[in-house]
Design a protein around this ligand. Sequence first.
Ligand SMILES: Cc1cc2nc3c(=O)[nH]c(=O)nc-3n(C[C@H](O)[C@H](O)[C@H](O)COP(=O)(O)OP(=O)(O)OC[C@H]3O[C@@H](n4cnc5c(N)ncnc54)[C@H](O)[C@@H]3O)c2cc1C
Length: 418
Amino acid sequence: MQRYSVFSLVSNALRGNQHWERAWRDPDPKEEYDVVIVGGGGHGLATAYYLAKEHGINKVAVLEKGYLGGGNAGRNTTIVRSNYMIDGNTQFYEHSLKLWHGLSQDLNYNVMFSPRGYVALATSQAQMDASAFRANSMRMNGIDAELLTREQVQKLLPYLDCSPNARFPVYGGLWQGRAGTARHDAVNWGFARAADSRGVDIIQQCEVLGYLWDGGRIVGVETTRGNIRAKKVALAVAGSTTLLGQKAGLELPIESHLLQAFVTEPIKPMIDYVIAYGTAHFYISQSDKGGLVLGGDLDGYNSYAQRGNLPIVDEVLTVAKALIPALSRLRVLRHWAGVMDMSMDGSPIICKAPVDGLYLNCGWCYGGFKATPASGFAFAHTIAKDEPYETNARFTLDRFRRGYQIDEKGAGPTPGAH
Ligand SMILES: Cc1cc2nc3c(=O)[nH]c(=O)nc-3n(C[C@H](O)[C@H](O)[C@H](O)COP(=O)(O)OP(=O)(O)OC[C@H]3O[C@@H](n4cnc5c(N)ncnc54)[C@H](O)[C@@H]3O)c2cc1C
């Protein structure tokens, strides 16, 4: 594989950029693999990469029904952070943040990770108390966190309406300096290229329709490009997990919900940090191209369609204007939706399924993008060793039966509460 470097950039530029190699191959599916990963989003690709890199397992195929990153991996608002509080989540997301900090070097691909800092606003004294609690819990786990006063927030974000007349007056905030954003497409392409270079077959336009069985064991998949046998089949299909789970006889504690994102016309640099506003479930940051990227709450109904509804458009833009009045004349260029699989405790599931030969990676809710490297790392370990890695030991499916849920916020079948 051609390595990217300053030298390769300069020499290709001098030769008119005619000699770049394809970033990854386009192979036909083979009859059999050691591991078939279903889903060519960030999680599936990262799993394939770490299977090859950490465990030397490279007879691996990633099967994607559309194109790489066409699902949530290319539709999210790219926020990366580790400000979690509950044991299990805390250690897992911090592992992910550490991997993000070295990812471009590891993949030899610029994933445009930008640790610009993240501030979660508090809009009541109760939220300030909760933020202090969270900050202490994070620091006890060795994670950077700082409580900001209203004055500090106002200094950091001068365009914010911090007046007492604001719709939700700002009391302060919780700051994580190592958090930020990464370019989602670059993350997918970086993992794809690095996995391919280690022998993984990445097969697009290949939808998995069902499973091949030998007695009660899954021994492969039926696809639109024929049957493919595999010693192990691993699902990383985000919003489609319930559908593929049902085909394996599994009823999962997951609902598929829509989440929308928005981008405005590009403007000069204005918002330096990622800002989250829990009261209205709103968040905003500025992309490297200048567009403001913003998002809000779930659409509130279950669907598998990748488009959103208008009431949420109204809600998100109203909050944007209330929080930052200067945005009122900015035009929105695009909005879209992704189908997310919301688990009933808001935390993921990475484990062996209760069906022989099948492995599950699902239930990512709002936070799956930031999890991509650690999820791939832990899932690869689970598939290779048939036991969890230390960071996903609690992310079992049977925690819902045993009553050991990892409830970061909200309880019961209310995905909107997470
Ligand atoms: C609008 C929005 C904003 C978000 N913002 C953030 C954020 O700021 N930070 C954050 O951490 N997370 C965020 N998320 C969540 C995050 O994007 C997801 O949790 C994460 O991308 C999931 O990655 P994935 O690889 O599991 O899924 P996906 O990228 O959805 O990949 C799954 C793939 O499986 C494929 N597939 C499905 N069924 C089949 C089949 N039968 N056969 C073959 N292939 C199949 C799909 O085509 C898809 O490409 C956001 C999500 C949305 C929708």
